[in-house]
Design a protein around this ligand. Structure first.
Ligand SMILES: [Cu+2]
Length: 150
């Protein structure tokens, strides 16, 4: 058998499995139960509803990478909210582990300080995925937003 053919076949296999691996890891805000389409959480509260509850997320008006910022979330309607997490990621791009547990600030109020890494592809389109753990399970809300001057 031709050596180049074998090499090409092996390369194809390697690329195929690398692609499969990347796709399986590629974050997708559509995997969330609901995705914000009509509001952005930067500079004003953005509310989403799913599974009988609501989450309102608020981020600073202007976000910059590598600069810590405060994030606030309100949960309403869910029974027995035990934990709220936020994860930052980009669609189709593995941006590393950017997960933060939110701290309870009283009833239905949650907050944390967070920071975004630099995107090696110079993209500015992020999404914040807020996961609410409650009595009936967990619900994920995705809020797309952009970093930088607006
Ligand atoms: Cu990126």
């Amino acid at each position: 058998m031709n050596r180049n053919l074998v090499a090409a076949a092996l390369l194809g296999l390697a690329l195929g499995s690398a692609y499969a691996w990347l796709s399986s890891r590629a974050p997708d805000p559509l995997a969330a139960d609901v995705v914000a389409e009509e509001c952005r959480p930067t500079g004003n509260p953005c509310t989403l509803a799913a599974d009988g509850g609501e989450v309102t997320l608020t981020l600073p008006a202007t976000l910059r990478t590598l600069q810590a910022f405060d994030l606030e979330a309100e949960t309403t309607g869910f029974r027995e909210v035990s934990r709220v997490m936020v994860r930052f990621d980009m669609t189709g791009m593995e941006m590393g582990e950017n997960r933060y547990p939110l701290e309870a600030e009283g009833e239905d109020s949650w907050s944390t300080e967070a920071m975004l890494p630099v995107c090696t592809a110079d993209r500015v389109d992020w999404f914040a995925e807020v996961t609410v753990h409650h009595a009936a399970g967990m619900t994920r809300f995705a809020f797309p937003f952009e970093v930088g001057e607006r």
